[in-house]
Design a protein. Structure first.
Length: 214
C-alpha cells in the first residue's frame, strides 16, 4: 500500500512537471494598461501584442488583424529574390503548412521586405511555385514603412542595406497566440527548430482561449 501511495505521489509530481513544461512562455515587454475596477481607474501591466496592420495578400485581398481574430499564426519576413536564407526558410515552412493546412484556426503570414519588386502578381507566382493554395498561408505586400515598423513588434530586425536592393532580415519564425502575443521564436533555417515549432503549435492549440497574461 505504501509503495502504491509513493507511486501515485511520484506520478503526480511528474505530471505536474510535464504540465508546467508544456506551458509556452509569453515573450515581449509588458505595457501599462488602464482598467476600470469598481468605478476607479487602475493601471495594470499586460504583455505587448501585435498591433493592427493592413496589407494585401497574393490574391489581392486586404488582410488586417481582424482576419486573424481567434487564430494562432506564424509570421516571418522574406523577399522573393533572396539568394540565401529565404528559400531554406520557406522549404521548412512548407512542412508547417502541410501539417496544418486543413486547420481554419491556423495561419501563416509572410511579409515581403521588398515591396517595390514583390508586387501582388510576383507574390502569387511565388506562391504557385511553392504549391500554395487556399488561405492557410498568406504572402503579404505593403509599403516599406509599414512592413519595417510591424517587424519591430515581432522583435525582428529588418533593414535595407542600400538603395540597390540588398536587404537584411532575421530568419526567425514567430509564433503568435489568439491574443496576438508572441509565444515563441524559431530559427527558420533549422529543421529541428521548425519541428519544435510544430510541436509548440499543438501545445498552444490545446491551451484555453483565455490564457492568463501574467
Amino acid at each position: 500500500m505504501r509503495k502504491l501511495i509513493l507511486g501515485v505521489i511520484v506520478l503526480s509530481v511528474l505530471n505536474a512537471c510535464n504540465n508546467k513544461q508544456s506551458k509556452l512562455p509569453i515573450l515581449g515587454n509588458r505595457e501599462p494598461v488602464t482598467k476600470t475596477v469598481d468605478g476607479k481607474s487602475v493601471v495594470d501591466t499586460a504583455y505587448a501584442t501585435i498591433p493592427d496592420f493592413k496589407f494585401v495578400n497574393q490574391y489581392g485581398d486586404t488582410i488586417t488583424q481582424k482576419n486573424l481574430d481567434g487564430k494562432i499564426y506564424v509570421a516571418d519576413f522574406f523577399f522573393t529574390t533572396c539568394p540565401s536564407i529565404c528559400p531554406v526558410m520557406h522549404r521548412n515552412m512548407l512542412n508547417v503548412y502541410k501539417e496544418f493546412k486543413a486547420d481554419d484556426n491556423f495561419r501563416i503570414i509572410s511579409h515581403t521586405i521588398d515591396p517595390k519588386y514583390d508586387t501582388v502578381q510576383v507574390l502569387k507566382r511565388y506562391a504557385d511555385k511553392m504549391g500554395l493554395s487556399g488561405n492557410n498561408w498568406w504572402l503579404l505586400h505593403g509599403d516599406k514603412g509599414s512592413t519595417y515598423t510591424i517587424a519591430k513588434s515581432y522583435l525582428q530586425t529588418v533593414q535595407e542595406k542600400n538603395p540597390a536592393g540588398q536587404y537584411i532580415h532575421d530568419g526567425f519564425f514567430i509564433l503568435i497566440d489568439k491574443q496576438k502575443r508572441i509565444r515563441g521564436t524559431y530559427e527558420g533555417t533549422d529543421p529541428k527548430e521548425v519541428d519544435k515549432m510544430i510541436a509548440d503549435i499543438k501545445i498552444l492549440k490545446a491551451e484555453p482561449d483565455q490564457a492568463a497574461a501574467k
